[in-house]
Write a protein that binds this ligand. Sequence first.
Ligand code: UDP
Length: 235
Amino acid sequence: MQYKRILLKLSGEALMGERQYGIDPKRLAEYAEEIKEVVDTGVEVAIVIGGGNIFRGLAGQSNGMDRVQGDHMGMLATIINGLALQAALEDKGLETRLQSAIKINEVAEPFIRRRAMRHLEKGRVVIFGGGTGNPYFTTDSAAVLRAIEVEADVILKGTRVDGIYTSDPEKDKTATKFDKISFTDVLNKGLKVMDTTAFTLSQENELPIVVFDMNKKGNLLKIVSGENIGTVVNL
Ligand code: UDP
């Protein structure tokens, strides 16, 4: 296997499947199956899940809500998604733990780095909910932060597109895909991989990012097996 410990970042929107809002149980079950295939190889899997399918702080702000209030709602949304993903993974027979960045002890363990690492060593899938626990951050930042903290080898960012392109392939038909690209080139070319805070944190800590299409069956397993899927961002 190419990696021993991975951090998988899934956006909340990915969980919507064909829906406009919320969680599509079919999509959730498909993701759980993909994740199980990887866990079965012995690779340790941590997951950070977004909340955009339920609520984003910025959307609240544009409707006149206080930003921090909205961000708190967004963080809670990530915990709802985390619970849903946990249930789907357990349905496949996997052992899991949900750790939250905000205290919600009846529902999820608090985030404790050493405990998270112990769970991973034991082959449990650890889902990190609640983002970073702070407003004004994103779950991409949470993903990078947690990946560094638990010493993951890589961040796998599952998206709807199969990598990083010269421009948005959903809008520009002439766009071409990079197989690999450096952090510096992403910045110089003004490409969008993650928000700047998350991206810089990854760069500074030399944590590679793989951007790939999570909706293509088997992709996740192929990446951890060392196949060239998606785009790798590295030094
Ligand atoms: N959020 C936050 N702090 C964090 C992570 C998330 O306040 O550390 C809030 C923020 O309002 C964000 C929402 O949670 O809009 C959902 O997260 P995100 O937008 O990253 O989800 P995704 O786009 O991955 O679905």
